[in-house]
Design a protein around this ligand. Sequence first.
Ligand code: UDP
Ligand code: MG
Length: 339
Amino acid sequence: MTITPVYSVVIPVYCESQGLFKLLQELYQVLTPLNKEFEIILIDDGSPDNTWLILGQLCLQYPSLKAVRLSRNFGKEYALSAGLELAKGEAIIIMDGDLQHPPALIPAMVNMWRSIPKPDIVEAVKTRRSQESFFTRAGAKLFYSFLHKTSGYDLRGASDYKLFDRKVLNAWSRMGEHNLFFRGMSAWLGFNRVQIPFEVPDRLSGSTRWSTKNLIKLAITGVTSFSSLPLHFVTFSGGIFLLVAVIIILQTLWLKLIGYAVNGFATVIILLLIIGSLLMISLGIIGIYIARIYDEVKLRPRYLISETLNVLNSEQDFTESRPDPEAKLDRFHRSSRSN
Ligand code: UDP
Ligand code: MG
């Protein structure tokens, strides 16, 4: 008989082989004194280095460690969702595997979760970001303020270091989208939440595993999943241009009536260029949303698992159950019938 753990720690890792020993050591140091059953779930997001090999060794050493290997690099959000679907605990702690989310904070998070009135989400909030380049910092600032203005969610300082109560994870599991933006999704969920400040230490080894391309993709997913305001921008700019067009038409007609020939070549060129660029941008924005819809209706699984360690077959059922194409199709048909 398997004992249901009280705490599940879910960590996506990509090429983190160098820091895994230290990570596990620190996690055991803080989790063992809590005197409750726990499980640590590490998801190898298709690392090309020896991360999976090291995880194999660690699974022999640490019985509470479960490891899952995805069939390729799907991205952090997808690796995280694989781990969350496997987690069995009453409290689920989500963190990064590079020790930038210090395990020493876990006892304080757990104490908050156990306190009365019991919060449903304990979120660690960054009071200081780690050493980052000027462009990363400026890009993050721009993205968060744009997201705040378009969607209303203020995620400045938010991190993916969180503790979820079981009922929050159950609610998260009902969010069936394919394009994942974990930070935004957890803000959308609501529930009672408390915050705990922490300073982000520098990376244990190597540099960020996020490529600029993936960060831009995540930022676009973040905005398009939580706001349709960019689509309204298309209508808004169309309206402004209609207004300007009416003024120019009236002026041209008036000049023609009084017999004055216009030499407004520059005006025509400028207008053409502006309208052309705006049309392109508008089509692009609509295209991004169509691509999102296309991704969602393809009903592909979010990730694929190639190997597991210390995971029972019964626990692996989750790979079949999420996302549930049957249920999704059913929902799709029902909604198209009701329209
Ligand atoms: N990560 C992942 N898949 C990826 C990129 C990153 O699982 O494609 C993991 C990474 O190993 C780490 C966490 O996600 O545990 C956060 O990544 P990173 O530290 O590179 O991000 P940053 O701290 O720079 O935001
Ligand atoms: Mg990091």
